[in-house]
Design a protein around this ligand. Sequence first.
Ligand code: 5GP
Length: 193
Amino acid sequence: MNMDKTREKDVNKTMEMDIANVLLTGEAIKRRIAELGEEITQDYQGSELLVLGILKGAVLFMADLIREIKLPLTFDFMAVSSYGASTYSSGVVRILKDVERSVEGVHILIVEDIVDTGLTLKYLKENLSRRNPESVKVVTLLDKPGRRKVDMIPDYNGFAIPDEFVVGYGLDFNQKFRNLPYIGVLKPEAYES
Ligand code: 5GP
């Protein structure tokens, strides 16, 4: 029991040690999500809402957000991966996991962790729009507007952040750091190790 606790502490300590600074605390994120939830609740009154999370980064954000949306809703997930380096020029992404139901006539709210170049969301929005939904909107926790390569303005945005690589609260580096309860900037050493 005590051994387990010590080990757990060590793992957390290692993770924290790779963080240069905390950009957004867990408390700040929680407060903002409550605001977003209220706004979304008002906007979708009387609608059939499908909340569509993009794996894996948006999982934590989506889990907290849907509890702040006071409407009956369903949720599903999509997983996408880029076609290697060509993504940056073509914006083509591969769908690894698709929605499990027809989205015809449905209001879709895509939940994303971060909008960077905007290529992923542009592709997803176009792809989903071809399936005749009632509407397709986007909510993102983070936005790096300075990095945009295509026209993509999220309908709801948690925070605009500077052009720095961030981890935590669902966002990873090499699949790690997703479980940090805040958003932080990685130390350069962490990329190198
Ligand atoms: P976009 O197509 O907008 O360039 O790509 C967005 C995706 O890039 C996000 O879903 C995320 O996976 C990744 N990404 C962009 N910026 C960051 C960042 O600062 N940190 C992490 N962990 N992922 C990022």
